[in-house]
Design a protein around this ligand. Structure first.
Ligand code: ZN
Length: 253
């Protein structure tokens, strides 16, 4: 049984085997992704990823409830760029904590955050420990993009050395979802202002600049992005997430 949480009626929810159902909570963001990709890139990817996951799991015996995508996250690093919206860390913490508390109240034991924006990960990790301790449930944290997978890395154009936030991979994924949302002709390459800062200093998106030193807030060169590359990245990432969901399904303390 794979369903969207928001589509169930109360009576249908009463019938759900809540002890053995995983609630997957996708964590999106609303933040700048360069000139060319939309502010809702991470939320669009989160929504599409859930569809890919559902397709991948169609022959599996698994109880999975897809929670509505949380469309805003922690985007402090992007707030200097027009349109970026962020929760403050403690607001985000309390909001996600309360969702988990409600799920635990209704008898759900397994919940998994699907992190679709890296900035959300620290709070997701922190909450999972607190919620596990407070409610004796099993929260998991999964990464959405399989960016280290060799077949995903192979989609990056030759010479595009810093592909990262808002770069070729993310732009390709949005193109696979809806090509009309990407304005590739406006794209500019982002290069790190100071690579030494990466090891010890929290980064801000303005640390990524164009060749003319203009803050551009993205890593890499989106110019080589294509719909086909996006489909590969979404599909491989979904397959990787599915492996984890099967492990979570089979997990017993
Ligand atoms: Zn993103």
């Amino acid at each position: 049984m794979i369903c969207k949480y928001q589509e169930l009626t109360r009576l249908e929810m009463e019938q759900v085997d809540r002890e053995n159902t995983i609630v997957l909570i996708p964590l999106g963001a609303l933040e700048q992704h360069g000139n060319q990709a939309p502010l809702g890139t991470d939320t669009l990817i989160a929504t599409a990823m859930c569809d890919y996951i559902e397709k991948e799991l169609k022959d599996e015996d698994i109880n999975l409830l897809l929670f509505p995508v949380i469309p805003v996250g922690l985007s402090t690093e992007h707030k200097e760029f027009c349109g970026s919206i962020t929760f403050k860390p403690m607001t985000y913490y309390h909001m996600l904590y309360d969702i988990c508390e409600s799920l635990a109240h209704h008898g759900f034991k397994k919940m998994a955050f699907l992190v679709c924006h890296g900035g959300n990960a620290p709070v997701a990790n922190l909450i999972s420990r607190e919620v596990r301790s407070d409610f004796k449930v099993y929260p998991f944290v999964l990464n959405s993009g399989a960016f280290d997978h060799p077949a995903v890395k192979a989609t990056i154009s030759k010479g595009n050395t810093f592909d990262f936030h808002g770069g070729e991979m993310e732009t390709s994924m949005v193109m696979a979802i809806d090509e009309s949302l990407v304005k590739l002709e406006t794209s500019e390459k982002g290069i790190p202002k100071n690579t030494a800062m990466k090891a010890h200093l929290s980064w801000l998106a303005s640390d990524w600049v164009t060749e003319q030193q203009k803050p551009i807030g993205i890593g890499g060169d989106p110019k080589g992005a294509t719909k086909e590359k996006g489909e590969i990245i979404l599909s491989i990432s979904a397959k990787e997430i599915v492996k984890d969901l099967i492990l979570i399904r089979d997990f017993k303390e």
